[in-house]
Design a protein around this ligand. Structure first.
Ligand code: B12
Length: 215
């Protein structure tokens, strides 16, 4: 099976919320030695994007999104198991979470696992996390990076609050902040004073590694 065909099968498995097809695509990917990150981004996540557009246009409804989410979560957790973690001394610590009022945690989870596999200690605070909790965790774990995910235009403001609260706590110079999520842009990151906008999990790893290497 060609790479393109496997990616397409992964994408379709999400669109159709078909768990068996999703696992079949993963098995094929493994057999062909396909890059798991590519499988996640250009396969399964591409399927979520199609559903998001259909949902936005009123062509599908919430239950269909929820079914697809379950398949997406299964696929990403299986991939996380396969990628394993690197057994080296931690190169830094990341606090990550989805902001208050927002339950979208698939993308955040993917970012967390990919960063972890690159030797960074990750503390995932989960979803619907208030700004202050990011700050408290940054202190508790002596974090180098704080990353927040927002998928709703209405919850992006919490990312701004995180910046403000980090400043109040005197931590803003110490940590690098990263923002992500579908409605988030580089412009938004600049506007609120975040250090980086990362488009996807690979982008996030590149940003972190650049920073770690320049320490
Ligand atoms: C799946 C989904 C859901 C699922 C979420 C399940 C879950 N556990 O996550 C369910 C069905 C529960 C849901 C609910 C709702 N949803 Co919804 N949902 C989506 C959908 C289709 C896909 C999101 C997704 O998982 N994408 C796949 C992942 C891999 O991509 P990603 O999240 O963008 O993450 C990548 C990057 O953004 C980046 N990244 C993400 N986070 C971070 C963090 C950091 C630190 C960094 C560096 C990078 C980074 O890296 C990730 C990996 O590459 C989007 C459509 C879309 N285009 O995003 C709508 C969407 C986000 N939802 C939407 C809406 C409106 C809702 C609801 C309000 C619907 C309702 N009427 O109830 C509720 C909100 C509930 C709430 N309070 O949060 C709208 C938002 C509109 C807006 N502009 O505000 C969207 C855009 C759909 C649409 N077109 O209308 N949703």
């Amino acid at each position: 099976m060609s790479k393109e065909a496997i990616l397409e099968a992964a994408k379709q498995s999400i669109i159709e919320a078909d768990e068996d097809a999703a696992m079949e695509a993963l098995a094929q990917a493994e057999e062909e030695g396909l890059d798991y990150v590519e499988l996640l981004s250009n396969g399964y996540s591409a399927g979520m994007k199609v559903l998001g557009d259909q949902f936005g246009m009123g062509e599908i409804f919430l239950p269909e999104l929820i079914f697809a989410t379950e398949v997406m979560k299964l696929a990403s957790s299986e991939i996380e198991k396969k990628m394993g973690t690197v057994d080296v001394k931690s190169k830094g610590t990341l606090i990550i979470g989805t902001v208050e009022g927002d339950v979208h945690d698939i993308g955040k989870g993917i970012v967390a696992s990919l960063v972890k596999t690159n030797g960074i200690e990750v503390h995932d605070l989960g979803r619907e996390v208030p700004a202050q909790k990011f700050v408290d965790a940054a202190i508790e774990y002596n974090a180098d990076f704080v990353g927040s995910s927002a998928l709703l235009t209405t919850t992006m403001t919490v990312q701004k609050e995180i910046e403000e609260k980090l400043k109040e706590a005197g931590l803003r110079e110490k940590v690098k902040t990263m923002v992500g999520g579908a409605p988030v842009t580089k412009r938004w990151a600049d506007k609120i004073g975040a250090d980086a906008y990362c488009e996807d999990a690979t982008d996030t790893v590149n940003f972190i590694m650049d920073w770690v290497n320049n320490l």
